[in-house]
Unconditional design. Sequence first.
Length: 274
Amino acid sequence: MRRIIATVIIALGVSMAASAQQTSAQQSEQTTTRVITGAVIDKNGNPLPGAIVSATGGAETVTADADGSFTIEVPLWLKSLTASYPGLGEKRMKTTAINQMIFTLKSRNRTHGFINLVGQMRTAVGSDYKIPKQGEFGVMGGAYRSWGGYLKVVIRCVGRDADGYFSPLPTTTIGVIKRITPNFNILVGGVVGFNYGYHTREDRNYHYDPVTDIGEYYYESVPCYHSAITGGAEVGMMWKFSSKLNTTLGLQYIAPAKAKQSALGFFLGVGLNL
């Protein structure tokens, strides 16, 4: 009889121990995960149905409902979730103790680029002499996000020096771009180039008087102009009139080169968005 009672007690003990272990395992399993709820919206507060919410570094992934809401079960150790939506920037947020998260996704801040063929024309101002207009042709290109930079290099194609020589001299502009809207950008740059400068030249001439049969040399001051390096500034805009094409337009000022002949001009370019 004692042997039977002992056997029953042992069996009950083993059963209770197994039950306790199972209960402990279930409780342990229940406390290794947690449920996080929330929503995915754009910067204007509109829901983003179909947005993907995933455990950062984990395998758990869900899709937001029609109202932008989501529910995801993740491990307790998880420190952050990541939300993404086509056309918008991805966003990562740290998990919190309240198990609720609101993701606000904004436009992707990607790098934009462009390359253009550009022509420009400038003419002298503040001069009493007939300084020829200068026409230039070249390329410009740049890259930007919210801010960026650009480089423009043009070569003189119209305009000759005082002695009639054509000099294909370069003008270089380095500037910054400020993005105002997705399609409109402001350009501001500094210019290094060549401008016509005025000076006087002493020409030696010979005069012969047939009445007196006397000839003599004399010198005459002759006004002339020549190319000299100088600087300047420009301001303009770039307008993206399609996803592939853009146009640039602006004004340029060139400082005087050794005299009073400053120059004003404009530039116009067309090209591709990269």
